[in-house]
Design a protein around this ligand. Structure first.
Ligand code: WTA
Length: 677
């Protein structure tokens, strides 16, 4: 095991959090103790905030995590009745007097497009959509597929499903027609809600065409289409209008339209009532399915249910972002991923928060777009991914200096281990050393944050997701399933469920149990490696399948990548294994350089030295390849499987459909290193 050198600890700024929900580390420890030792009382207190048609009574939590003792199951507040849509909308409007408060500032792909939506308006639009879905025959328990860009209709549709008890299955609107079809078929959806098209940056994507191809293959019944890309404009500029109309016509000409099943959203909503009685749901009724890729085979439909998810996303949002009523919160994720489900829709709305809903991309129409939006809305809590931070780092400080970012209070990150260099840039340059960087570790399966600092309470270490959230009990196991105490590195598992954990893989109990529970009976297995340091802090070392074993030493790819990206010329790095006759495995590194930096032998030597210095001679890379781009999924995750295959010279790369830009693979293959560096 290789431990990084002594880490410097960062303490949140004094005075920034005078009214914090959890003011210091002792307060965190006390609440954590209560959440694990008296979970019934802890969650009963949380539940009091919500509206219940039938209040929780009896046993809070029932579960089995041990495959040897029977089926795996988790039930939370079973028997209580509520509705999550009622709780995130009606309760705010009718009980908390927040009807005129802004729920979303929608900011389009083009800075000219924007819209403000209050809680009153949101409730009315959701009810209208709920009634429209009913008109199409959607009932409680039916599955509805949603393939929409980041527009208000996406939120309306998901909440409308929740209101009438339908189960939403949102498919990120960057997936191919084949992936969309696969998901529609697996969840047996009868209805698909999509849009005509969307601009991402300056690229027009004809969503309806992709949706039609998918629908043709899988024959679902109705396809509701939002008119989006051409007519959503706030500007009076006549040329712009003319251009958008022309583009619209062009798109319609190309857009397949089937009168027997296609319906325009506006036609469907026309004249429909904006009041809709919610369907009262049992706590354990399904809320949504969200597909996540498996390391092998088809994507898994992760299933979440109503009450546990509602309580957990609401509570994590409140504490992890230290939410207060006057905050303006912005999560840059897409609602097509779990981060958007939990921390754009359900968590913020449950708290009555004001959020930015952003359709665009970070560097369009200019590299300061994110900073411009922060200034425009006075964003106080900002949540993004390491990949976005590294992208923006490439452009230096100048684009930030043009904007006033003094409203910022908390900076969150999620999705992959954040390398210390990116952490420090986020902290120093974006947050001006005032704002804690909240590195939240979690998964589609966990529903909400499970390892995370709290802004005013937790001393920070760059690269560590620090400590468990309330109710979460992590453990570290070795290969034999033995629990490791104190400082240790191994498999990250959880010994007990918390309310927001997944309830199953849709339609496949066997896959649920074999993926998460069979390896170490009695534990939920995350699939991530993790190190616990002398202070009890947790450091995610990457997926277990990204671990390397060099001469019998376990090495984490994330640690090596962090060392490489510390070099001033390197923008991004990805490390995989390559078989080695003596060491078993050795390190094969792909590095993307910053603009105008040159890849040469001196640089390679410097990089090797850097890794040796940071980690030790055992981690010295054998191969370093210049990578103009890395193969990434549309959510920005590096696909290490593909890099591993390049390193191994495996020509058959299998399914590349989830890659944002499959062309990079050919480039990398053509420049593959044959001989060691
Ligand atoms: C990784 C995203 C390190 C991890 C919410 C996990 C992270 C997978 C972090 C889940 C983090 C997520 N530090 N690694 N803060 N957050 N991961 O399902 O490997 O898209 O298992 O959920 O992302 O990805 P998913």
């Amino acid at each position: 095991m290789i431990l990084p050198p002594e880490e410097k600890t960062y303490h949140p700024s004094d005075g920034l959090f005078t009214d914090a929900h959890v003011p210091d580390f002792d307060a965190y420890l006390a609440l954590y103790k209560k959440s694990t030792e008296e979970p019934e009382e802890f969650w009963a207190d949380v539940a009091q905030e919500f509206y219940w048609k039938k209040p929780p009574s009896g046993q809070m939590l029932q579960y089995n995590f041990d495959v040897n003792k029977g089926n795996i199951y988790i039930k939370f507040m079973e028997g209580a009745k509520t509705n999550i849509c009622y709780n995130v909308l009606d309760r705010n409007v009718h009980e908390r007097n927040l009807g005129e408060k802004v729920a979303y500032y929608w900011e389009g792909n083009s800075p000219d497009h924007h819209q403000t939506i209050t809680y009153n308006q949101l409730l009315r639009n959701v009810c209208r959509c709920a009634n429209a879905l009913k008109l199409l025959g959607v009932k409680k328990g039916d599955r509805v597929a949603i393939y929409l860009p980041m527009i208000p209709e996406l939120v309306y549709t998901m909440l409308a499903c929740a209101r009438i008890g339908a189960v939403h299955s949102i498919v990120f609107a960057g997936f191919s027609s084949e992936s969309l079809c696969e998901r529609i078929v697996d969840a047996q959806c009868n209805i698909l809600v999509t849009a005509d098209g969307v601009y991402r940056g300056d690229k027009l994507i004809n969503l309806k065409k992709i949706a039609s191809e998918a629908v043709e293959r899988c024959k679902e019944r109705f396809c509701v289409v939002v008119k989006h890309h051409a007519f959503r404009t706030n500007t009076d500029a006549s040329t712009l209008k003319l251009m958008t109309i022309l583009l619209f016509l062009l798109c319609v000409l190309q857009t397949p339209w089937d009168e027997s099943c296609d319906i325009w959203w506006d036609d469907l909503m026309d004249g429909v009532s904006d009041e809709c009685e919610p369907e009262w749901m049992d706590s354990e009724d399904p809320l949504f399915i969200l597909y996540t890729s498996g390391s092998t085979g088809k994507p898994k439909g992760v299933l979440h249910t109503v009450t546990g998810y509602m309580l957990y996303t609401s509570l994590t949002f409140k504490y992890v972002f230290d939410y207060h009523h006057d905050d303006v919160y912005w999560c840059t994720a897409d609602i097509g991923w779990i981060t958007g489900h939990s921390y754009i829709t359900y968590g913020p709305l449950a708290n009555g928060a004001t959020s930015v809903l952003f359709e665009g991309v970070p560097v369009y129409p200019h590299v300061g777009r994110l900073w411009e939006i922060i200034e425009k809305y006075g964003v106080s809590k900002f949540y993004t991914a390491p990949t976005a931070i590294r992208l923006l780092m490439k452009y230096g400080r100048e684009p930030l200096q043009r904007y006033d970012l003094s409203s910022l209070r908390v900076l969150g990150t999620v999705g992959e281990p954040i390398n210390p260099e990116a952490w420090l840039w986020y902290y120093d340059v974006v947050g001006q050393q005032r704002c804690p960087v909240i590195d939240t570790f979690w998964q589609t399966e966990t529903g909400g944050h499970v390892l995370t600092p709290l802004p005013a309470a937790t001393p920070l270490k760059p690269g560590s997701a620090t400590c468990p959230f309330f109710g979460v009990q992590p453990a570290i196991l070795n290969e034999h399933g033995e629990e490791l105490e104190g400082e240790a590195e191994g498999y990250l598992v959880f010994r007990k469920p918390w309310p927001g954990i997944m309830r199953g893989v849709y339609g496949n109990q066997e896959r649920f149990e074999s993926t998460y529970f069979r390896k170490f009976p009695g534990f939920y297995v995350t699939g991530d490696g993790c190190r616990r340091d002398q202070d009890g802090y947790y450091w995610i070392t990457g997926r277990i399948d990204d671990m390397l074993n060099v001469s019998g030493h376990l090495l984490s790819t994330a640690e090596v990548e962090a060392a490489l990206t510390e070099h001033p010329s390197v923008a991004e790095a990805a490390v995989v294994s390559r078989p080695h006759a003596v060491k078993g495995e050795c390190l094969y590194c792909f590095v993307t350089l910053k603009d105008h930096k040159e890849f040469n032998r001196t640089l390679m030597e410097e990089l090797k030295r850097k890794v040796r210095e940071k980690i030790g001679p055992i981690a010295t890379p054998d191969f370093i390849q210049n990578a103009p781009g890395l193969p990434k999924t549309r959510s920005g995750k590096i696909m290490r499987r593909v890099l591993r295959q390049i390193a191994h010279n495996e020509k058959d790369l299998g399914d590349l459909s989830t890659l944002a830009d499959p062309k990079v693979v050919d480039v990398l293959f053509s420049q593959r290193c044959e001989a060691a560096a």
